[in-house]
Ligand binder design. Structure first.
Ligand SMILES: [Zn+2]
Length: 300
């Protein structure tokens, strides 16, 4: 069953849990994510970035997720992650996406607000909710963090349904040097002034065990700097209702592929390797659902 993200996220914020939003770009990841949400009886947020849409084809990846959703009992939402222009927002909402992000955080405040406002008009007309972003994640240490009073004004001006905030998390954190410093005090200030659900990007924990496993089977992943789960749990108490998870799923998938091929050198049926990798993604996704308090929330 397809639902909009608005009601799912508002409920999450009100009841102090968060929904992990999982990135997908193929059938195997998508199947694993539905499997995890069903196992945990949790609502499911799956999202596609413009680059995963380019990889899979918009209609193809949408059809996969829509079909999985039709065959599933849990409420699920498909979301456009990091839409940068109105063209893609229009295509996704026309096709049936229930949630879109317009990411104009690279622009100055007024231009960001104006573009976001336009996206809100396009999306709301189709019953689709909108996530916007204020502040920029950038690379570790160079981020320009979200200001609380600006955030309040931004939400009022744009009518966005949820807001991604920059409080020190970073995309693909494992690639960078240094440790992320999460500014929870800033999140508390934003949360006091902004009533819409807040969104954290770049929030994978980057499980050291997964990195080690990948490296054991030939990967050369170096530094790891994920966001500690204890920080995420505090952020959830402070109003973070959607937490994006991409890196951890990629790690789980590729580490398992490596493990499968190393242990089964004579198996050349891709389905066996992909099924094994999918199981690993399912496990990681289920752990996130549990850790964020979203287990058993499929019925509210
Ligand atoms: Zn992001």
């Amino acid at each position: 069953m397809f639902v909009s993200s608005k009601s799912l996220l508002e409920k999450a914020r009100e009841k102090h849990y968060a929904l992990p939003a999982f990135n997908t770009s193929n059938l195997e990841m998508s199947k694993a994510l539905f499997g995890a949400a069903e196992q945990m009886k949790a609502p499911l947020l799956v999202q596609t970035t413009p680059s995963s849409i380019e990889y899979a084809g918009l209609e193809s990846i949408f059809s996969i997720i829509k079909t999985l959703s039709k065959n599933s009992k849990i409420p699920a939402c498909i979301h456009l992650d990091h839409g940068r222009d109105l063209g893609l927002v229009k295509r996704c909402t026309a096709l049936g996406y229930k949630s879109v992000m317009i990411d104009a955080s690279r622009l100055p405040f007024n231009k960001n607000a104006a573009l976001t406002r336009k996206a809100v008009k396009i999306a709301h007309w189709r019953g689709c909710s909108v996530e916007a972003e204020l502040g920029s994640l950038g690379r570790l240490g160079k981020a320009s963090l979200t200001d609380a009073s600006q955030a309040r004004l931004f939400v009022k001006k744009t009518g966005c349904d949820s807001l991604a905030v920059a409080i020190g998390t970073s995309h693909g954190a494992y690639k960078f040097k240094g440790k992320p410093k999460i500014d929870l005090e800033r999140l508390r200030e934003i949360s006091e002034l902004v009533s819409v659900p807040l969104v954290l990007h770049g929030a994978s924990s980057v499980d050291k065990k997964l990195v080690k496993k990948a490296n054991r089977y030939g990967a050369k992943l170096g530094h790891t700097a994920g966001v500690p789960m204890k920080d995420l749990k505090r952020a959830i108490k402070l109003g973070a209702a959607k937490i994006n998870i991409d890196t951890d799923l990629r790690l789980a998938f590729t580490a398992a592929l490596r493990e499968f091929h190393a242990k089964n050198p004579k198996d050349f049926d891709p389905r066996n390797a992909l099924e094994f990798a999918g199981q690993s993604v399912k496990k990681v996704a289920a752990e996130k659902i549990r850790a964020f308090g979203a287990k058993n929330r499929a019925r509210g």
